[in-house]
Design a protein around this ligand. Structure first.
Ligand code: X5A
Ligand code: ZN
Length: 633
């Protein structure tokens, strides 16, 4: 459906007219550097370009007082001395005669983006704007921000489009106190911000930036940090600041540009993919440009490049997450999990083949080689004419050589039948395309009776032909091949109706949760932390006999797993799966947003118990699990 890029070059006009070391980083080149890089990468050309319009004074009035709007309007005719004097009345603000025009364009750009997304003209988009907005308040400019672009967009989405639930995610390194103040008592706008705080010693130095600010009145629980599995937003607005990126002089944090691809991708599973990002901070031109490209690329549906570095959360981050969860727990049922911590797995046993230390040949490819020419391929033995696919998803015709297929099939009785052999040939051909870097993701099918054997071959083939670490998520009656070496190169996660058990850190079984809430907790609380800790370079998802998965759940799982291995995900289905299931998986693997799940129930007590049990067992080995601490309310 497309990605909008909203911009107007007039927004480069406002600039610093006097000496001010605090304000000088917010320069016009921030926009031109980001835009140039988008052009260079061929990303601008893939977007629908919209020229920003000015927001009307009435629209500004959605969140600002008329007196404040007049005050900013009047700066247009002030001289330099007067501008400087007026600026001094605010914190970190430098007015320019063009400020009013630029700030109206910035707010208007956000409005246009929301209109484009909510009328269905595009799926998502980014507004590249100056000045930023999230610090600005009802009657005050603050922290380079004049009008609160994202807040105005949110108020407009409510008023003009009749929305009832809007999620605002603020990933700028600073707390957007302006947005918090404006919607503190409004339960229809959930404001989530993460920001550098330093116990109040980081700008804007506010007590109310801490985790215990949770909103007030009707809005209790709708301010700050919490997971999003009950809110079910209709629209996601992002206060997209990139001053948390590596190299930024303000933020001094370490987020690599790829992090923003992953953040974007995680948000795309919400609100049917309706994501509007609006630029806030970001002052290191190189880092800003790269991070903007990562965001736009992900909005366009490209898979996120793998994250690098050690996947071990630091103690202070864990403490911050814990205090935010504790503060929010009274307001969100999904946070009120009470379980005893089970004994951890005994030490010893196989260890992970150093995810960070051993670079993976497959994962290196996206950086060195051009992106795969085919994003998603579907290899079905009897292509179903009712299968509706987007034009860029290809139906694979090819098959591996007969002899080679037979050699792989030989150890398996269930692969002796002609249909099973033909399906295996197709799968091997597809898998080779992925391992060679020509195809990014794919779907293959197999007769149900041959599902286990086909998966077995796919794992072995993957590991012997270039994959260093392979994640296999198997649903239904599929057993881990018994002789598969415990050499730390394959992680087996079986989701089916049996009890929870971790046979080793690489062999985990968990029951399929009955309801959406439980399914979501299983993915967020177990599958993703294990997967991100393991850092596979190939992912297999197999829906085997009796998998019991609903289409929208399968789509969510596929969308989330796409964050791993640079999106190199192969889904294996049973031949008699419905064309709907194959279609939805193909579209999601190809970058479309999964359908919205609806407001989900919380996980059942049994589901919570199974999840807690496994997390407790596996936490010492898979450190990302620590991000979901055991809460005893
Ligand atoms: C939008 C933004 C930061 C202001 C920092 C003042 N503002 N020291 O990143
Ligand atoms: Zn900032």
């Amino acid at each position: 459906m497309g990605t909008a890029l909203v911009y107007h070059e007039d927004m480069t006009a406002t600039r610093l007219l006097w000496d001010d070391p605090e304000c000088e980083i917010e320069r016009p080149e921030r926009l031109t550097a980001a835009l140039d890089r988008l052009r260079q990468r061929g990303l601008e050309q893939r977007c629908l370009l919209l020229s920003a319009r000015e927001a009307s004074e009435e629209e500004l009035g959605l969140v600002h007082s008329p007196e404040y709007v007049s005050l900013v309007r009047e700066t247009q005719v002030l001289g330099k001395e007067e501008l400087q004097a007026l600026s001094g009345q605010f914190d970190a603000i430098c007015f320019h005669p063009s400020t009013f025009h630029c700030a109206r364009l910035a707010a208007g750009a956000g409005l246009q983006l929301v209109d484009a997304v909510l009328t269905g003209a595009v799926q998502n988009g980014l507004a590249l704007v100056r000045p930023p907005g999230h610090h600005s308040q009802r009657a005050a400019a603050n922290g380079f921000c004049v009008f609160n672009n994202v807040a105005i967009a949110a108020a407009h989405a409510k008023q003009k489009h009749g929305l009832h639930r809007i999620l605002v995610v603020d990933w700028d390194v600073h707390h957007g106190q302006g947005i918090q103040y404006l919607f503190e008592d409004d339960p229809s706008i959930l404001y989530f911000s993460w920001h550098r705080y330093e116990h109040g010693r980081f700008w804007p130095f506010l007590r109310e930036s801490d985790a215990d600010a949770v909103g007030r009145g009707q809005g209790l629980g709708f301010t700050v940090n919490l997971p999003w599995n009950q809110f079910d937003p209709e629209l996601v607005l992002v206060s997209a600041g990139f001053d948390s990126a590596i190299g930024d002089p303000e933020g001094q944090m370490q987020a690599t540009p790829e992090c923003f691809a992953h953040l974007t991708q995680l948000l795309q599973v919400l609100a049917g993919g309706r994501v509007c990002a609006v630029l806030e901070g970001g002052y290191h031109l190189e880092s800003l440009a790269e991070s903007v490209c990562m965001t736009v690329q992900t909005l366009l549906g490209d898979p996120a490049p793998p994250l690098s570095g050690s996947m071990v959360p630091c103690q202070s981050a864990l403490e911050s997450i814990q205090s935010a969860r504790a503060a929010q727990a009274p307001h969100w049922k999904s946070l009120q999990l009470q379980e005893e911590r089970p004994p951890p797995l005994l030490p010893g046993g196989p260890v992970c083949k150093g995810a960070a230390s051993a670079p993976s040949s497959l994962l290196d490819q996206p950086c060195l080689c051009p992106a795969p020419s085919v994003r998603t391929a579907v290899a079905l033995t009897a292509p179903d004419i009712t299968l509706v696919l987007p034009p860029d998803v290809i139906q694979q015709e090819g098959s591996a050589l007969r002899e080679e297929t037979e050699a792989w099939a030989r150890p398996h009785e269930s692969l002796a039948r002609e249909e099973a052999l033909a399906a295996l040939g197709k799968l091997l051909y597809l898998l080779d395309g992925m391992l060679d870097g020509q195809v990014n993701s794919g779907i293959a099918a197999t007769p149900a009776s041959a599902a286990a054997a086909t998966l077995d071959v796919a794992i072995r083939r993957g590991l012997s032909h270039g994959a260093q670490r392979l994640l296999c998520v198997a649903l239904g009656q599929l057993d881990r091949p018994p002789d598969l070496a415990h050499d730390g190169r394959s992680l087996w996660l079986n989701i089916r109706g049996k009890e929870a058990a971790a046979l080793s850190m690489f062999h985990v079984s968990t029951p399929l949760p009955a309801m959406t809430g439980g399914f979501l907790s299983c993915i967020l609380g177990l599958v993703l932390p294990l997967a991100y800790s393991f850092q596979p370079d190939l992912v297999l998802v197999a829906l085997g006999p009796g998998h019991g998965l609903q289409g929208r759940h399968a789509a969510l799982l596929a969308a989330m797993l796409r964050g791993l291995a640079g999106g190199r995900v192969l889904a294996l289905l049973e031949e008699d799966s419905t064309p709907q299931l194959a279609g939805i998986l193909a579209r999601v693997l190809n970058g479309e947003a999964p359908p919205s799940l609806g407001a989900s129930s919380v996980a059942s007590p049994e589901d919570v118990r199974a999840l807690m049990y496994l997390r407790g067992q596996l936490e010492p080995q898979w450190k990302m699990l620590q991000c979901h601490p055991h809460l005893v309310a």
